[in-house]
Design a protein around this ligand. Sequence first.
Ligand code: HPA
Length: 273
Amino acid sequence: MSDLMTQLKETAAYIQSKVNTTAKVGIVLGSGLGNLADVIKVEHAIAYTDIPHFPVSTVKGHGGKLLFGELGGTKVIVMSGRFHFYEGYDATQVVFPIRVMKLLGVETLLLSNAAGAVNANYKVGDLMILKDHISFFTANPLLGKNEEALGTRFPDMSEPYNPELIKKALAIAKANNILVHQGIYTAVTGPTFETHAEYQLIKIVGSDVVGMSTVQETIAAVHCGMKVFAVSVITDMGIREQHNIITHEEVLQAAKDAEPKLTLLFTELAKVV
Ligand code: HPA
């Protein structure tokens, strides 16, 4: 067995020895979006620092815990805090927890993130469901020797985000009067926010938003056969007329303000996945 598979199995076995999870739904909470954890009926929580082979999150606003419990009556595993490429982890480390979830039996992954909009029709606080992504400005997590036990060498990526889940989310949003866009997320490494010219470039290549997460997790999840749904909270406008300084604090605050909408969407979605 490869080192990676050995580590994944050791980690999954450790977690199962503690919590005995049967959850089929995994959730990743993005920057400033950790409060969804408050509406989860948490049965077990394990700090990342206690999990063998897990990287440790270092960024302000990230909880750094794996939660096991119920959301909307559905058993879930929740990453409260994720690992970012910009923190210095390689892309394989970034997606390690996603693969652990797969080994634990998770079939559906719900991802959230904070993102900057380059679509001028979007506003700070809006939600955008990812219908596609562009991964070319960050590292692909499947670079290197392929792990055949997880998935194929050249995975199809024509439909990374599950259309059925998107349909269900749109229906939930409509029923609850929540405005949601559907658009394209471009992943960058960060940690710098983009220059004017970079936001412009990202717009020109066809994206609606830009962010520093999610896409590596999506690729790893699709590779190992999981269904993926992802949503961005728009925390800043990359394209705007006036002088444009973006701060991490502004991003976290905007995410926090928009969080109730995301909580509702994920809670309702968890009931019907
Ligand atoms: N750019 C990149 N990542 C981000 C942004 C942004 O404007 N906002 C939140 N995450």
